[in-house]
Design a protein around this ligand. Structure first.
Ligand code: ADP
Ligand code: MG
Length: 701
């Protein structure tokens, strides 16, 4: 029996109610199981002890052994209060510095006693020191860990100063393992562990905490990662199957006048990718099951066009559509951009945003509830309670990551009919991440740009090149082209950013004086009317330059623009830079993206800028971003809460295990869709449990 796993952690000898509370608060550990699955994030090679003379500021984590010679309290409450303990070994001395838990260290660290110290050296005040190392007295009793490797667990100062340092945590785990592991049941069916050559669960848990060797550790890690990713995939895929087996999706069998007339109005031929995706959507729409589809495609690949054509199919079948954008500028652009194509179709389409006037607003509410309006374009305004569709059939959410899950659900929660849903994103998501975040959605990809587009030439520049760049911009304007100049806008330093924008704008109008040049400006602190006015000035070709914050990041379509000048480019993330770059290169002329940065760049910024200059491929950039920063930081995932709490797997490095486990999950569900076979019963319980633990962020309806 494995019942012990759910035991409250306070009942584990050595824990008790006070520490239990602390463990719950600091590490979210509430049960025996939680502790057993708290894995080391690194292993300490206890066989190697460095000498102080070997230390360099570039060393990574190292282990020292020495005596503390003196302990001093420096600074006061207001300025940098810290405890400095000097550690000496026969080769030299090094300062150990503690900013937190001072009182605890003061009472624990004893002069002339011998300690093992583990930490990362750094330079401070021109000398080497180690900030917040792990410190442990040298004892005669043999270590409880086996072999020479000891796990290093996530920990906090609070835990440490309450007697729950790394060693104590490891001790609690060793206790769990000694007393309970023998009764732990295997979680995966035998046919899986055998076929995949997985280490049995008990051995894996033992070796992940107290490795008996490197080979065993690797096998344990593989087993636990496989289990984690496999259960996740099984859960997502069974969810998807379940949704697909439900009937009740609207059937749009007809292709009628609306679609056909608009199609004939198209000034261009659809790309192969657009045709393919439209077909995929159409297949969903006649399947009798509700569509839940994610449409990925680089900026400018023609997603919006596909969405509008699909909305016309809905209209041909007597249903209304709603196309939602994250900003007013973009909603305007969608609406205006599509009017030419809707001409003569008889389609009633309207635009609803925050700045729609009261009278028009009432008209729209009425038109929506009586069914007179076929397609509603808009911003968040479309999810207000007053918007009551008579027959909602199709919902499109553009740039999905800017809408929260609740907001999305609100769109149709009041309706008895569940409309088909298409979520569009121009932020390419690496495959492993997509399999996790959207594992239960169908995915379409537009991987082809409309013909005639030339790749954008991307250049890195610094202040010394500014006058040269301005001459180049004048030349481009002379050729009738337009230019974007973008400043960063980061929430924390908003005031400062606006000041930069203000100064930048002044600077630009001095360098490009009126009346010869017209410069428009758009930013978030403007009134909507002013914003719309300036935006239109630029969109209509009446302004040569548009100075803005990153509000123009999303979707703006001005094919005549040929230069994107990004100021302080080092302050933007990769995917944001890529989005901005996508604003140019929409016409057939050669276009340029100039990344202006300071002289001194961090290693990461430099990497980002170099990557941008080396490729135009959004997916390649997304993969690189994932490698460089890890999944938690990928733009778009954080805002929407699309983060899975993986305990051991890493989406940037474990892609192969993910693929393998997904294939296995697919095979199992193909032969046993409801996991009813006796051998799969356990799996069914496990994924049900998993679902209760994680709120299912990936679900969009
Ligand atoms: P996305 O939404 O993917 O950023 P859009 O649908 O806004 O892309 O399309 C970008 C621009 O390309 C628009 O001006 C649109 O009219 C144009 N466009 C779309 N599809 C095609 C096509 N097949 N051929 C030429 N131009 C196209
Ligand atoms: Mg778009």
């Amino acid at each position: 029996m494995s019942d012990f796993l759910d035991n409250d952690i306070k009942f584990l000898p050595g824990v008790g109610p006070k520490r239990a509370e602390l463990l719950a608060r600091e590490l979210n550990i509430k049960t025996f199981n939680d502790l057993l699955y708290l894995f080391p994030f690194r292993y300490l090679d206890r066989s190697k002890i460095y000498t102080i003379s070997e230390l360099e500021s570039t060393s990574s984590y190292i282990q020292l052994r020495g005596k503390i010679t003196h302990i001093t309290l420096l600074g006061d409450k207001n300025s940098n209060k810290r405890l400095v303990a000097t550690l000496a070994d026969p080769t030299g001395v090094v300062d150990l510095v503690f900013f937190k838990g001072i009182r605890w260290y003061q009472s624990t660290l004893k002069p002339y006693k011998e300690y093992i110290v583990f930490g990362k050296p750094s330079i401070f005040n021109n000398s080497l020191n180690i900030v917040h190392p792990e410190v442990e007295g040298v004892t005669e009793e043999p270590p409880f860990y086996s072999g020479s490797m000891m796990g290093v667990y996530p920990g906090t100062e609070k835990l440490r100063s309450n007697g729950l340092g790394n060693k104590q945590i490891a001790k609690l785990i060793s206790h769990l393992i000694k007393n309970f592991l023998p009764s732990l049941e295997e979680r995966l069916p035998e046919y899986i562990t055998t076929a995949e050559g997985l280490m049995p669960l008990r051995a894996a848990l033992l070796n992940i905490h107290f490795p008996t060797g490197l080979k065993e550790l690797a096998a344990a890690q593989y087993r636990l990662k496989f289990e984690e990713l496999f259960l996740l995939q099984l859960s997502l895929l069974s969810q998807k199957n379940k949704r697909k087996s439900l009937s009740g999706g609207l059937k749009f069998n007809k292709i009628g006048n609306y679609f056909n007339t608009a199609f004939a109005n198209l000034p261009f031929e659809l790309t192969g990718a657009q045709k393919r995706v439209l077909k995929e959507i159409r297949t969903d729409m006649v399947s009798g099951r509700q569509m839940n589809r994610l449409l990925q495609g680089d900026v400018g690949s023609g997603k919006t066009m596909v969405a509008v054509l699909a909305a016309l199919i809905a209209a041909d079948n007597g249903y209304q559509s709603c196309i939602m954008a994250p900003t007013e500028v973009l909603a305007n652009q969608h609406f205006n951009g599509i009017q030419k194509i809707l001409k003569g179709t008889g389609i009633e389409s309207r635009l609803l945003t925050g700045s729609t006037k009261t009278r028009e607003r009432r008209e729209i509410y009425e038109g929506i509830s009586t069914g007179k309006i076929d397609i509603l374009f808009g911003t968040h305004a479309v999810i207000e309670d007053k918007v009551q569709f008579q027959k909602p059939g199709f919902v499109v959410i553009d740039e999905q990551h800017r809408f929260g899950v609740e907001q999305r659900a609100k769109l149709w929660s009041r309706s008895e009919i569940t409309p088909h849903v298409l979520v569009m994103t121009a932020t390419p998501i690496p495959r492993t991440l997509a399999m996790t975040l959207y594992g239960d959605l169908d995915v379409s990809v537009i991987d082809e740009l409309p013909p005639g587009r030339k790749p954008v030439v991307t250049l890195h520049a610094t202040e010394v090149q500014r006058s040269k760049i301005y001459s180049f911009m004048r030349e481009q304007i002379g050729n009738g082209r337009q230019i974007f100049v973008v400043y960063p806008l980061i929430k924390e330093s908003e005031k400062l950013d606006y000041k930069n924008l203000e100064e930048g704008y002044q600077h630009i109008i001095e360098a490009f004086p009126a009346p010869q040049y017209v410069t428009a400006v758009v930013h978030g602190q403007q009134k909507n009317e002013d914003k719309a006015y300036d935006m239109k000035l630029f969109a209509d070709g009446k302004a040569n330059i548009l100075v803005s914050t990153s509000v123009i990041e999303v979707g703006v379509d001005v094919p005549n623009a040929s230069v994107m000048l990004i100021e302080s480019a080092e302050r933007f993330g990769l995917s944001q830079l890529h989005q901005l770059r996508g604003r140019v290169g929409r016409g057939s002329e050669k276009s340029y993206c100039i990344l202006m940065t300071g002289y001194k760049l961090s290693k990461e910024s430099k990497q980002r800028i170099e990557l941008m200059c080396s490729t135009n491929d959004g997916f390649e950039l997304a993969e690189a971003d994932l490698r460089m920063r890890g999944p938690g930081d990928i733009e778009g995932t954080k805002q929407s809460g699309l983060i899975f709490d993986l305990k051991i797997s890493n989406l940037s490095t474990d892609g192969q295990i993910m693929e393998k486990s997904r294939q296995l999950a697919e095979r199992i569900l193909a032969s046993d869709p409801a996991l009813q076979n006796a051998e799969n019963n356990r799996l069914k319980d496990l994924i049900n449990k998993l679902r209760n633990e994680y709120r299912d962020y990936s679900q969009i309806s």
